[in-house]
Design a protein around this ligand. Structure first.
Ligand code: PGA
Length: 256
């Protein structure tokens, strides 16, 4: 058991209209909106942030975005800034998701700029790291994770890092139904905690939450969430229905 509060975050990806977001969030709020022993975050697409934010306004559920641009304003057609997210009462932002890295060519350096911009605007970054199948099979999982983690956190101060959430998401487990085994996940989570200890010291490393992501479902969540260094989940597919998302929140409450 750890002193870290578990966190369950839903990454809706490119799903749900504004009206659909209201309906889903309303159902989640009804079921677990008053819970205080788990931190719950929903990350709708930009176009549904406002409606989702209104639906969760009187609850303990927090709003997150799935991406942002590091600059505050300017000629960046199609982009959204940290300040714009704050104005919609978002408090978290997913950064460096493997889909952004692979499909939109995001580099570690660019992701690092976003981490700094998020922190400057009081947004908590959920920094995603994880290896591809080829990298796992080639034996470079830990090296890949180390590079992504250290580059993503470059220049982040000791006083800031406990506001950062790390999400370990093996790319081969995302949306595939192939979940990492508890041993595979715990090994990487412990490795990440070790890197945080080396770079920021033991006391701070013990405070940082490390989520697992990749085909987490109500059936496999209890075992994953029972691992020493797994502090919650970043949930894709299973966050799109209130029932499965609520079951995951309840699994986290039971695991604490
Ligand atoms: P999944 O997605 O739960 O659908 O595998 C997780 C994620 O990409 O954050």
């Amino acid at each position: 058991m750890s002193s870290r509060k578990k966190l369950i975050a839903g990454n809706w990806k490119m799903n749900k209209t504004s009206a659909e977001a209201t309906a889903l969030v309303t159902d989640v709020v009804t079921a677990v909106g008053k819970l205080t022993d788990v931190d719950i975050v929903v990350c709708p697409p930009f176009t549904a942030l406002e409606s989702a934010g209104k639906a969760l306004a009187d609850s303990n559920i927090r709003l997150g975005a799935q991406n942002m641009h590091p600059e505050a304003t300017g000629a960046y057609t199609g982009e959204i800034s940290a300040g714009m997210l704050r104005a919609l009462f978002a408090t978290y932002v997913i950064l460096g998701h493997s889909e952004r890295r692979a499909l939109f060519a995001e580099t570690d350096a660019f992701i690092n700029q976003k981490v700094h911009a998020a922190l400057k605007n009081q947004l908590k970054p959920i920094l995603c790291v994880g290896e591809s199948l080829a990298e796992r099979e080639g034996g470079s999982t830990l090296k890949v994770v180390q590079t992504q983690l250290e580059a993503g956190l470059e220049g982040v101060g000791k006083d800031q890092v406990s506001s950062v959430v790390i999400a370990y998401e093996p790319v081969w487990a995302i949306g595939t139904g192939k979940v990492a085994t508890t041993d595979q996940a715990q090994e990487v989570h412990a490795f990440i905690r070790g890197l945080l200890t080396k770079n920021f010291g033991e006391a701070i490393a013990q405070k940082v939450r490390i989520l697992y992501g990749g085909s987490m479902k109500p059936a496999n969540a209890p075992d994953l969430l029972a691992q020493k260094d797994i502090d919650g989940g970043l949930i894709g597919g299973a966050s799109l229905e209130a029932r499965s998302f609520v079951e995951l929140v309840n699994a986290a409450a039971a695991a604490k």
